[in-house]
Write a protein that binds this ligand. Structure first.
Ligand SMILES: [Fe+2]
Length: 150
């Protein structure tokens, strides 16, 4: 089952990256929709925090070793750090892209886990994918309500 745990470590790295990146958006978002976006990004980093722990503990439960340093997370994540996004539109767009990237990656892991007879890992990933897909829909709806860029 080494392959499944290797892939779960990538998800662990992605969740850790998102945990930090979503805090950045929570702190630095500005504009007339500040309150709603500030609260939304908090909801999302809370979900990232819960999920990263679930993934790490699942890795331990199936005999693997979760990576646990910032350096390892940066080395293994599929995502890039935040900081370049200035407007709320850019922050939402980047979050949507990141969630879609992560869902695509989790889908491969879920398939691999299923083939390995590890339906519990597949169930966990399906739960994370369902939540991320719901959030992509919500963030897209929020982005459409923001003032159009000049
Ligand atoms: Fe806060």
């Amino acid at each position: 089952m080494a392959k499944v745990t290797d892939r779960l470590n990538i998800h662990l790295a992605d969740w850790n990256l998102l945990y930090t990146k979503l805090h950045h958006y929570h702190w630095y978002v500005t504009g007339p929709n500040f309150l709603a976006l500030h609260a939304k990004f908090e909801e999302l980093y809370d979900y990232a925090g819960t999920s990263l722990d679930e993934v790490a503990e699942r890795i331990l439960a199936i005999g693997g070793k979760p990576i646990s340093t910032m350096k390892q997370y940066l080395d293994q994540t599929m995502l890039t750090e935040g900081g370049k996004e200035k407007s709320p539109e850019e922050m939402l767009e980047q979050t949507i892209k990141d969630f879609q990237t992560v869902v695509g990656s989790m889908r491969e892991t879920a398939k691999l886990a299923d083939e390995a007879g590890d339906g519990v890992t597949t169930d966990m990933l399906n739960g994370h994918m369902a939540e991320l897909q719901k959030q992509v829909w919500m963030l897209t709806a929020i982005a459409k309500g923001l003032p159009v860029k000049a």
